[in-house]
Ligand binder design. Structure first.
Ligand code: ZN
Length: 246
């Protein structure tokens, strides 16, 4: 099913000026409701602010289509989500029968944003709050595509929704996730690093980067071993406590 053949229950594409006006109105409403959301950096986002965000976008851009078609859709803020700024998760009981639908936004990501401009999904915005909205818009389009077509991805169909509703021209953003920020400092999975532990300097290999890095350190009686039988201890180390070894 393509969007061109399916009659849409909302206007698409919108004029650029229309998009900017609606986004600005939504932001003003949210800031009036939740002071923490409007500080720099963002100091907190209330749960009801997230549901209002969804409701306002649905009303202003889709005339309430998602509330009717996907009433279980809700928005959450996760501090464990560090690999992406946002995610859309859903589960179907059977084709067309959605049991769970959630837009999960990364609180870790949002609260690290300081001064813009930020480039996301082909747009440039100046504040952390606008960046948050643009991340939300991307996930909102995933939810909409599932509501319309039963599945979602980053296809031309997805892009025509994201572009027509929100002016997005790409599905990538340049806001650094922790992993990307670490990579900018030369830290990658596989990097050799040194860190201090109980007054000792330990050296090891990074095997995962999230809020902290997982570092495997060779140890004769370590609990972990590689295919060649070498043994390791595992450490979880804050990223800024690691020194990369060349
Ligand atoms: Zn996506």
């Amino acid at each position: 099913m393509t969007l061109a053949r399916a009659p849409l229950p909302f206007a698409l594409p919108l004029a650029q000026a229309d998009i900017l006006r609606r986004r600005a109105e939504i932001l003003a409403r949210l800031c009036a409701l939740d002071e923490g959301f409007c500080t720099v950096p963002v100091s907190g986002v209330r749960g009801d602010t997230l549901q209002t965000l969804l409701r306002l976008y649905d009303e202003r851009f889709l005339g309430g289509f998602l509330r009717a078609k996907m009433p279980m859709l809700h928005v959450t803020l996760s501090f464990r989500l560090v690999s992406a700024a946002g995610k859309f998760l859903y589960a179907q009981r059977a084709p067309g029968q959605i049991a769970h639908a959630e837009i999960r936004l990364s609180g870790d990501f949002l609260m690290r944003l300081q001064d813009g401009p930020f480039s996301l999904n082909g747009l440039t915005v100046s504040t952390a709050q606008e960046a948050f909205l643009v991340v939300f818009e991307h996930e909102f389009c995933h939810a909409l595509e599932v509501a319309l077509c039963g599945q979602t991805g980053h296809s031309a169909r997805f892009l025509s929704l994201a572009n027509g509703l929100f002016g997005h021209t790409a599905t990538r953003h340049s806001l650094p996730t922790r992993r990307q920020a670490a990579a900018q400092n030369g830290l990658l999975v596989g990097s050799r690093v040194r860190f201090a532990f109980e007054e000792k300097a330990l050296c090891g290999i990074v095997t995962y980067i999230g809020k902290r890095a997982t570092v495997m350190v060779k140890s004769p009686r370590g609990a972990y071993h590689d295919p060649r039988g070498r043994r390791y201890d595992k450490y979880y180390v804050p990223l800024d406590a690691l020194t990369r070894l060349s």
